[in-house]
Write a protein that binds this ligand. Structure first.
Ligand SMILES: [Zn+2]
Ligand SMILES: [Zn+2]
Length: 345
């Protein structure tokens, strides 16, 4: 089969691999669509991969072609999305339904081979059936949609509240779509890329702020004065991590979902904001809850199938598997606008 194999930093190649091995409880899926996640970018251009060689890709949809002897719920030709986390289901975290804190987990596309290949083998429990009217591209967006929804669940977002979304990558856009559905009072979006702010406007954001522009203070002065109920930080850089504490109202909530890559430095005044405003700070990691894979996954599947969460507007580029290097270049190049980049088979 054709696969994109990462051999080392910056060394990703399209090559022939044997079909993946299958256990009795495994299902062989023919890949149809795989999204490139922001977390894959430092795995390719940096040193974030766990080992080499590896096939990345964890936002996967496809069609079942073969099932192991012990597989009960799936059969060939079923259209599916893949749930990438493989928890042990027996450690104390798993027993409490906190699967993303599992001590002995594996992960399709980062700790074992993933979806940037024509076929991928996964345990039966790691599949979700696609509703009939759902496309494979929508199927590949269930994972990021669930991450966005889970962040809002962690932040206990309720209809009627105001929210600031920092960063308009796929997760930020999906947070915007969910809060629109939940009936937010006011949605404020921050990014430095004009094209992204335009998409956010189309998706119904009330105020789109270019954080790179000068006079930011005056644009958002009314927000700074009152503060918003909830801030969701999706970028993971110090500027937005600190900005979140400025934008939130007293006794408001901040959810950090963007994976951090740099040291964060607080001045005493900045840190004191947490104390003075009595801010509740929450982290959000992946999207799992009991019963596995959880509510965020079930709702994402349903809302994407019903087109109540829009997928089309979020996909900026489509490539085939042998163009994988080009696809990763697009994602790393800040002079080229990109949102969700999809690999299609
Ligand atoms: Zn991801
Ligand atoms: Zn576990």
């Amino acid at each position: 089969m054709k696969a994109a194999v990462l051999h080392g930093p910056e060394d990703i190649r399209c090559e022939e691999l044997p079909l993946p091995k299958m256990g009795k409880g495994d299902v062989l899926v023919k890949t149809k669509a795989v999204g490139i996640c922001g977390s894959d970018v430092p795995r390719v251009w940096g040193r974030a991969a766990h080992f080499y060689p590896i096939v990345l890709g964890h936002e996967i949809s496809g069609e079942v072609v073969k099932v192991g002897k012990e597989v009960k719920k799936f059969s060939p030709q079923d259209r599916v999305a893949i749930i990438p986390l493989i928890p042990c289901f027996s450690c104390s975290a798993c027993q409490q339904g906190q699967y993303s804190s599992c001590k002995n987990y594996s992960f399709i596309g980062s700790r074992r081979d993933g979806g940037f290949a024509e076929f991928v083998s996964v345990p039966e429990k790691n599949l979700i059936k696609l509703p009939e009217k759902m496309s494979f591209e929508e199927g590949a967006l269930i994972e990021p949609a669930s991450v966005a929804l889970y962040a809002l669940m962690r932040g206990e977002f309720k209809g009627g509240e105001s929210i600031a979304i920092l960063g308009l990558g796929t997760i930020g856009m999906l947070v915007l779509e969910w809060t629109k559905l939940f009936g937010a009072r006011e949605i404020l979006c921050f990014d430095v890329v004009e094209e992204k702010l335009k998409i956010a406007q189309k998706l119904g954001a009330d105020l789109c702020v270019d954080s790179g522009k000068r006079h930011l203070e005056s644009t958002v002065s009314h927000i700074l004065e009152e503060g918003v109920d909830l801030v969701v930080e999706t970028v993971g850089i110090p500027a937005t991590q600190l900005q979140a504490l400025e934008l939130v109202r007293p006794r408001g909530r901040v959810v950090y979902v963007g994976t951090p890559h740099k040291n964060v430095e607080f001045t005493p005044e900045q840190f004191e904001k947490i104390l003075r405003k009595e801010i509740s700070i929450t982290g959000s990691w992946m999207s799992y809850s009991a019963p596995f894979p959880g509510k965020a996954w079930n709702l994402s599947t349903r809302f994407l199938a019903e087109k109540r969460i829009r997928a089309d507007i979020l996909i900026s580029h489509r490539f085939n598997i042998c163009q994988i290097r080009k696809a990763f270049e697009v994602m790393a190049d800040s002079s080229v606008f990109s949102e969700k980049v999809m690999i299609l088979f």
